[in-house]
Design a protein around this ligand. Structure first.
Ligand code: FES
Length: 385
């Protein structure tokens, strides 16, 4: 039974509505990227919401005030009802974004999604050349397919938005990556250095670039930006640096339960895509309305505000800026999600970040030593917990 209910607003006065809804439609994916942010034991969570249940989630989210909608996964294209969900989103008035590897996409689907009202498509790549791209993706045909689909997206009139996850095995390709984007006539390029959650945390030592690699890459991006400006080209480059090289934490999700709401494939509602790894019980949209979950569930209220904060966060004059950082990162690095995010140099656990940086200076692991995200490996994590 789905918890129906587009209730009248009854929110607590100091809690705003969720503005961003991320619909993780499935954990199924044809690729095996070793930095996937899905849970390690995703193979144990294969009870996906039905079309009807997703439609109800979209309606409830919109009634609460959500305006931005992301369709992600796994690979959302494996859901046969994607066009139907897109059409529903359009009818409800969402601005919708499809986050895809491009695998399973066809020109006909791109056109069908456009006709159904999809606003935006982001295609991810693993590298600038087929060999490395396909080795990281764990698929022999991925690169050619991605090229074809990036072109199809552009031809359908969408802005071309390309995403590259950057790590120590492709960070040396920065200029080649940008040349590729230019050849494809990309409008926006997101160069997102790996964030260490899920499979990426498992593989952190084999993925994390050294500071020297990072600085070289950033300089290459800045040079490229200047060249584009000189040539009068409008391609926008967004280089996201890893917080492991920062001294202050990121304002993760803009604060827990403040504007982001993720619904996992099985209907679990989460304040962020990683939160199900925390020892906190999160409610499911099959049993409770989205509104009740957002405003009243213990999971969403757990880290709202600053009453939960320990020192030094509690008396820190920057707590209104970073909200204590990332709870998932605190848990992964210290075993206790209540702790300050170790990225912060004021955290008593900051030495774990420093140790990770030192390890990155000396890392030698090749691609073959990474743990790839696939059902076989996921089941191992499920069995061993
Ligand atoms: Fe979960 Fe930051 S990723 S709180």
């Amino acid at each position: 039974m789905m918890a129906a209910g587009v209730d009248a607003p009854d929110q607590a006065a100091d809690i705003g509505p969720p503005l961003w809804l991320l619909a993780e439609l499935t954990y199924r994916c044809p690729l095996q990227c070793p930095y996937c942010s899905n849970p390690l034991d995703y193979a144990s969570q294969d009870q996906e919401l039905t079309t009807e249940q997703w439609v109800s989630v979209l309606r409830q989210g919109r009634a609460m005030g959500a305006a931005q909608l992301g369709f992600s996964g796994g690979e959302p294209l494996v859901r046969q009802d994607l066009a139907q969900l897109i059409a529903e989103a359009r009818q409800l008035g969402y601005y919708s974004n499809l986050i895809t590897s491009g695998l399973g996409l066809t020109e006909a689907k791109v056109n069908a999604f456009r006709d159904a009202g999809l606003d935006h498509i982001q295609v991810s790549f693993q590298a600038s050349d087929p060999e490395l791209n396909n080795a990281v993706a764990g698929s022999r045909k991925a690169f050619e397919q991605k090229l074809a689909m990036a072109r199809a997206v552009k031809a359908a009139g969408y802005p071309m938005v390309l995403n590259f996850v950057i790590h120590r095995h492709n960070i040396h390709q920065m200029t080649d990556i940008l040349d590729l984007c230019r050849r494809l006539e990309a409008d926006y390029v997101e160069l997102a250095t790996c964030q260490y959650y899920g499979w990426a945390f498992q593989n952190r030592e084999g993925l994390m670039p050294s500071r020297a690699q990072l600085e070289t890459a950033e300089a290459a991006v800045n040079r490229y930006r200047d060249q584009l400006a000189d040539a009068g080209e409008a391609m926008k480059l967004i280089f996201v640096t890893p917080d492991y090289y920062e001294e202050r934490p990121k304002a993760c999700m803009n604060g827990w339960g403040s504007m982001f709401l993720t619904v996992a494939p099985d209907g679990t509602a989460l304040p962020c895509h990683s939160a199900r790894l925390l020892p906190i019980e999160f409610a499911n949209v099959r049993e409770q309305s989205l509104q009740s979950i957002w405003y009243h569930s213990p999971g969403f209220n757990h880290y709202r505000g600053d009453g939960w904060m320990p020192e030094p966060c509690r008396s820190c004059d920057e707590k209104g800026k970073d909200f204590g950082g990332c709870r998932c990162q605190a848990y992964l690095l210290t075993g206790n999600a209540d702790n300050p995010d170790p990225v912060c140099s004021k955290s008593p656990s900051h030495d774990r970040i420093l140790a990770a940086r030192r390890a990155a200076d000396h890392a030698t692991a090749g691609l073959e030593e990474l743990t790839y995200r696939n059902r076989h490996n996921s089941r191992l994590f499920y069995r061993t917990g």
